[in-house]
Design a protein around this ligand. Structure first.
Ligand code: XMP
Length: 512
């Protein structure tokens, strides 16, 4: 990031809301990064762009023997500090106050009462609802700190040392349930830390283009295009920096949606991007022949994709760099993921390290919504930027059982009808993801005067925020009626349409 862009560091103590704090700060036009709580003090000292520090919450207790600690010289840097939940308890303990673990835990919405004037609560009501989630609590403030608010249960909910610029809060201002959370954050950033907001997508583009130019010079970069938002944005950004030294390779595995190849080609050609499309559809179809097991399909596609990428890139040129659309959430989440594998996800962005290229990942510090914003600023079309998520293994996991050319066509055609009707009904903004799935079940029906024995097709449409949980979308019956009658009339091989009304969990969004 550009050295002149003011920055707030968020020290990571493991809170589930960490990313939210970073996002809220960025939304205010101030650059923010999540960093290890053990960050070297010299690194902070040497970075003049750091204007404040936030200590996040965390699930640990600072009373436990192996608590997450911080170098106490951090309190003497002269930088404004905001400690949230664990951050408050830790700071209280380090600076000589008392924290206790007792029966008085608070969880959920709680009312706090402001007892002392504080810049943190400037222009805000004297009573407000906040979100609490703590087991430990502060019972004695460190010397020269004043208690500025208490909860209705008598728990100290904020304290501060104005001279040292240290502000501590027990509640989570970053979650929406804290009614004036944004305003409290504003007060910290603008009235206490007095930070001038100068982070925007334009400054990001400027800084990144310069950085890529300086790093890559006249070397060659290869980028795998998936048709999704991230790789397209990376393409547009790198093209801006190094022009024709960027080559994009789009492997068509034959499992894409109807007209997808053309749409991607058209959008990128508008940028005059050097795009090579490899039609590998026959190869993938052959490798998937008679394979029915979902995990096996995913693994075959993942491996063949990498092999094809390797093979085809060698034919194109000798590249120095491989560009990838890694996002900030991937960076934050990798390493902390302990969840069991439910499905082995495969992404075009996720090529293995052994490919032997140097990596360039210009979106590493951005959240998905920032990537969309960046794409629009770079001039990519709205239709590409606001696309639904699409799985790497493509339509293969939307065909239950073995994959054939005929089945791919059924899914492509029915999906195109669904896309069209959802848009016509103006539901495309509120439904997060919608697609059709071909079951492996045939049933009897009657078409014209004839008996038919054809496939049953499922419609999956969900509302969600991040795909981790989902509800089925409440599509009006008349829209569903139109979709189903168009599908059975226009798509050969289908005589029955069902609507999936399960939530995630226990279902997943995709059927395989
Ligand atoms: P599930 O089916 O796990 O899907 O509830 C959650 C979200 O992830 C997408 N998905 C994938 N994305 N590679 C991807 O890039 C994959 O292998 C993959 N599998 C599922 C799915 O479309 C949904 O948005």
């Amino acid at each position: 990031m550009n050295k002149d862009v003011n920055k707030v560091l968020v020290l990571d103590f493991g809170s589930q809301y960490n990313q939210l704090i970073v996002r809220r700060i960025r939304e205010k036009g101030i650059y923010s990064l999540l960093v290890d709580h053990n960050i070297d003090i010299e690194t902070i000292k040497n970075d003049k762009s750091v204007k404040a520090i936030v200590f996040s919450g965390g699930p640990d207790s600072c009373l436990d023997p192996n608590f997450f600690d911080v170098d106490e010289r951090i309190y003497d840097l002269g930088l404004p500090i905001l400690g949230i939940c664990y951050g408050m308890q830790l700071t209280t303990k380090k600076l000589g106050g008392t924290v206790t673990k007792d029966e008085l835990k608070e969880y959920g919405e709680t009312i706090i009462k402001i007892e002392e004037e504080s810049l943190l609560y400037d222009s805000l009501p004297k009573e407000m609802i906040v979100w609490m989630s703590h087991g430990d609590r502060v019972i004695k403030a460190p010397e020269s700190f004043i208690v500025t608010s208490k909860s209705e249960n008598g728990v100290i909910s904020s304290l501060e040392n104005k001279e040292k610029n240290i502000y501590l809060i027990q509640y989570h201002l970053e979650v929406r349930n804290t009614k004036f959370g944004y305003e409290i954050l504003d007060n910290f950033l603008f009235k206490i830390a007095k930070i001038v907001p100068n982070y925007s997508m334009n400054t990001f583009i400027e800084g990144k283009v310069k950085e890529i130019k300086e790093e890559v010079k006249d070397q060659k970069v290869l980028l795998g295009i998936s048709g999704g938002v991230d790789s397209s944005v990376v393409a547009a950004l790198i093209k801006k920096a190094i022009g024709n030294n960027l080559t994009c390779m789009f492997i068509n595995h034959g499992l894409l949606r109807k007209n997808e190849v053309e749409l991607v080609q058209k959008s990128l050609k508008a940028f005059d991007i050097n795009l090579v499309t490899i039609d590998a559809s026959e190869k993938f179809l052959k490798a998937l022949k008679d394979v029915e097991e979902p995990e096996e399909k995913r693994k075959i596609i993942g491996k063949l994709f990498v092999d094809t990428f390797k093979e085809e890139s060698k034919k194109l040129d000798k590249f120095d760099y491989l560009a990838q659309g890694t996002l900030y959430t991937d960076v934050i989440e990798s390493g902390t993921k302990t969840a069991k594998t439910i499905k082995s996800h495969h992404n075009v962005g996720g090529l293995p390290k052994e490919l032997g290229f140097k990596l360039i990942e210009p979106l590493r510090t951005l959240f998905k919504d920032e990537v969309r914003d960046l794409g629009l600023k770079l001039g990519l079309p709205c239709s590409l930027i606001h696309r639904q998520p699409f799985p790497g293994p493509g339509l293969a996991i939307r065909i239950i059982g073995n994959v054939t050319k005929e089945k791919i066509k059924i899914v492509q055609d029915s999906d195109a009808i669904l896309q069209e009707e959802i848009k016509n009904a103006n539901l495309d903004k509120e439904i997060w993801q919608y697609f059709t799935v071909l079951s492996n079940v045939k049933s009897v029906g009657v078409k014209g005067d004839e008996r038919s024995y054809e496939y049953m097709l499922g419609i999956r449409a969900v509302t969600s925020i991040d795909g981790m949980t989902a509800n089925f979308a409440h599509i009006p019956y008349d829209v569903l009626t139109k979709i189903s009658s168009r599908i059975v009339n226009e798509v050969k091989g289908v005589n029955r349409v069902t609507y999936d009304i399960t939530q995630k969990p226990p279902s997943t969004i995709e059927w395989e």
